[in-house]
Design a protein around this ligand. Structure first.
Ligand SMILES: Cc1cc2nc3c(=O)[nH]c(=O)nc-3n(C[C@H](O)[C@H](O)[C@H](O)COP(=O)(O)OP(=O)(O)OC[C@H]3O[C@@H](n4cnc5c(N)ncnc54)[C@H](O)[C@@H]3O)c2cc1C
Length: 394
């Protein structure tokens, strides 16, 4: 527990640090709207580097692993200060948001020392090798095999929907190490270097053209035995725990933290203008914007309350499924509204006549559709909530 004056001191040094280090070019969203996307990307990259140097990409992780060693109260203050400075939040990454917390808890000392600092410094990227053709919602039926031969696992099989497998340096991967055990028992959790011979990656083209999706094939891929995380055949427990972090992270998008461009109210003001009472002119849109903002605030407060409960050892870890379900629906609602506000400009796909910002709105709207599927579909979240949170009968 920090003393109150210690926390106030932390708040003021953090606010100063943000003020000094947040790139000018990212500050005002309306200004950022007109910027060259490549320049924007490079400013965002600078900002990520500054956050990483300060340990702020993984603020609660110990300093020895590249974090800032902050207490939960300090992390909360950091987030409040970032939000009040209208800072763009870094994108959710598989290393930081999904693997990192599980590695901290279950990794060996050697695995933690090797991987965590590079994740916290954003110098190595990870992808998630969970889904397979035929094993998505029923993930525990997965059949990619890993056979222990001497000091190595020999991996054969196929993963699908592996986001960013074509650019990731490492994959955390679920493999079947015992075909005779029950389906949940025979799974292990492996950390695989993507440059290992025998791995091939094929991008999946979608109707919208190139995408981050890939298929990943394993053909006699030799993985050192020490790259297993947790016990042999006990990977399912880790896999589920990681999914809870993923669902929590996906839920947080619904809080409106993942600020990449204009916020909803800023967009509405820019496109529709204010009346003499300084209100949005169109009352219907005004109501919908207000409702969306209130719902985001309610989600943020509920997630924060739930984090407090978790720290006090209360509450269910499966609550992450509620956040994922509600957050992804809210994100979709926000994007639908943004499209309505942009009017005909909101349905541009490419070509002349649309501003880059309008095209970004369209693409973000389409991308948000996937939020209801990734990390486990929303139907599956409803099943988890019914069974594990509400304790309803089968
Ligand atoms: C944007 C995006 C990114 C992704 N990134 C990754 C990644 O990086 N790595 C990775 O491993 N996977 C990734 N996935 C895959 C994702 O985890 C799966 O798509 C998801 O788990 C659903 O599995 P499926 O596609 O096989 O659908 P299926 O399991 O075949 O489900 C089809 C439909 O049936 C419904 N359904 C299935 N079972 C039940 C049930 N018991 N009760 C009620 N309804 C049910 C589902 O809700 C769904 O609507 C990603 C998916 C998306 C959309």
């Amino acid at each position: 527990m920090n003393e109150p004056n210690e926390l106030e001191q932390f708040r003021s040094t953090t606010a100063q640090w943000i003020e000094q280090h947040y790139p000018q070019q990212l500050r005002s969203s309306p200004g950022a709207e007109g910027q060259d996307p490549r320049q924007l990307k490079s400013h965002e990259q600078d900002w990520l580097t500054r956050l990483a140097e300060r340990g702020f990409l993984a603020p609660s992780w110990p300093r020895e692993y590249g974090g800032a060693g902050l207490s939960s109260e300090q992390v909360r203050i950091l987030n409040q200060e970032l939000r009040s400075a209208l800072v763009r939040s870094p994108p959710i990454s598989a290393g930081l948001s999904l693997l990192g917390p599980v590695l901290l808890e279950h990794g060996t000392a050697e695995q933690k020392a090797r991987h965590l600092p590079r994740i916290a410094h954003n110098t190595v990227s990870w992808c998630q090798g969970y889904s397979e053709p035929g094993s998505g919602s029923d993930l525990a039926s997965l059949s990619t095999r890993a056979e222990l031969v001497g000091d190595e696992f020999v991996v054969n099989g196929q993963k699908i929907w592996t986001s960013h497998a074509d650019s990731a340096d490492w994959m955390f991967c679920l493999v079947r190490t015992d075909r005779d055990a029950s389906k949940h028992e025979g799974i292990s959790f492996l950390l695989i270097d993507m440059t290992t011979p025998g791995i091939s990656v094929a991008p999946i083209r979608l109707i919208s053209g190139p995408s981050a999706f890939c298929q990943t094939f394993f053909d006699d891929v030799r993985v050192p035995k020490d790259n297993i995380m947790g016990q042999l055949g006990q990977g399912w427990t880790l896999a589920k725990q990681l999914l809870q972090h993923e669902r929590q992270a996906l839920g947080s998008i619904g809080r409106g933290d993942a600020r990449r461009a204009l916020t909803l109210p800023e967009l509405a003001i820019q496109e529709m203008g204010l009346n003499t009472q300084q209100q949005l002119d169109d009352p219907t849109i005004r109501d919908r914007v207000a409702q969306c903002e209130l719902d985001s605030l309610a989600l943020r407060l509920t997630m924060s309350r739930s984090a407090d409960e978790a720290r006090a050892g209360r509450g269910s870890p499966h609550i992450a499924s509620m956040f994922k379900l509600y957050g992804s629906e809210l994100t979709n609602r926000r994007h639908e509204l943004m499209i309505s506000i942009r009017g005909a400009d909101g349905i541009g796909w490419e070509g002349e006549g649309f501003t880059p910002a309008a095209l970004r709105t369209t693409r973000q709207w389409l991308r948000a559709k996937g939020n209801s599927i990734e990390g486990g579909s929303n139907e599956i979240q409803r099943n988890v909530i019914a069974k594990r949170v509400l304790d309803l009968p089968e």
